[in-house]
Design a protein around this ligand. Structure first.
Ligand SMILES: NC(=O)c1ccc[n+]([C@@H]2O[C@H](COP(=O)([O-])OP(=O)(O)OC[C@H]3O[C@@H](n4cnc5c(N)ncnc54)[C@H](O)[C@@H]3O)[C@@H](O)[C@H]2O)c1
Length: 263
């Protein structure tokens, strides 16, 4: 019996990358997982992989920028597994673009998935948890770009800062129902998408991260699973940053005059 046995989770954008790892770990610890991805084949393959390892996992294909899809997905989780205990709003669109050329349709795609998708997943999940009277866990995925400016990610960074405020803003209405809502803000993380965009992603980011390494999806999933666990019941409205220290360091000129005995 795993730590999440008897519990049901729904997770969005989980066919690959960080979301897949969260789904894999949850199912490995006994949760029944409804795994969403906009790409049906990707959702199917990911669920099959988790089920082959002994987990309980079903695919749910659909675009979670769409509120009707979100509501149908939560309904489906309840019909398939009988209840809902955890909702993880992982799907997010990272759309790079020069501010001067950024088009309204790009802005809308980013905002619709990152904000509307997260907000209405939280709402659909919280309605179900309130009806059950069992409490629950809602987990939002933010980003270090919601803390520190990264060039060409203005719209994306704005949505991620807003996601963290979403977690705070919903505490007054959810806490009394036993529902916690928190966020995890990953820093540079090795995922297929990042390696596709930049084949040198790992060494490039390792050079600027204090721990001298990029995160693996497991590093992000570890923090997420803690916030989903019963041990975190007194933590709500918070964000855990998992970035190897990147956000806490600001660029400085050379400090060669300091004798650093740790070198
Ligand atoms: N990878 C990183 O370095 C990093 C860093 C900070 C934050 N994040 C955040 O972590 C989350 C996961 O990032 P990732 O890099 O693992 O994901 P990703 O970009 O690799 O996408 C994962 C999956 O989401 C699916 N998806 C895309 N749009 C969707 C939609 N509208 N509805 C349903 N599914 C959709 C894709 O098909 C894909 O299989 C995102 O919210 C992202 O913003 C990632």
């Amino acid at each position: 019996m795993g730590a999440f046995a008897g519990q049901v989770a729904v997770i969005t954008g989980a066919g690959i990358g960080i979301g897949f790892e969260i789904a894999r770990q949850l199912a490995g610890l006994g949760a029944a997982v409804l795994l969403n991805d906009v790409n049906p084949t990707v959702a199917e393959n990911a669920s099959r992989q988790i089920a082959a390892a002994g987990g309980t996992c079903q695919p749910y294909a659909g675009d979670v920028a769409d509120v009707a899809t979100i509501r149908a997905m939560v309904q489906h989780a309840v019909e398939a597994f009988g209840r809902l205990d955890m909702a993880i709003a992982n799907a997010g669109l990272t759309y790079y673009g020069n501010f001067f050329d950024y088009e309204p349709e790009h802005f809308e795609r980013v905002v619709n998935l990152n904000l509307r998708g997260s907000y209405f997943l939280a709402q659909a999940a919280a309605r179900q948890m309130r009806a059950q009277g069992t409490g629950g866990r809602i987990l939002l995925i933010s980003s270090v770009t919601g803390h520190q400016a990264v060039p060409f990610l203005s719209a994306y960074g704005m949505t991620k800062a807003a996601v963290e405020m979403m977690a705070k803003s919903l505490v007054p209405e959810l806490a009394k129902l036993g529902i916690t809502i928190n966020a995890v803000a990953p820093g540079a993380t090795v995922t297929p998408r990042n390696l596709h965009d930049d084949p040198d992603y790992v060494p490039n980011w390792a050079r600027v991260v204090p721990t001298q390494r990029v995160a693996l999806p497991e590093d992000i999933a570890n923090a997420v699973l803690f916030l989903l666990s019963p041990q975190s019941h007194q933590i709500t409205g918070q964000t855990i940053v998992v970035d190897g220290g990147w956000t806490v360091v600001s660029p400085t000129p050379s400090l060669d005059f300091v004798n650093d005995s740790s070198d």
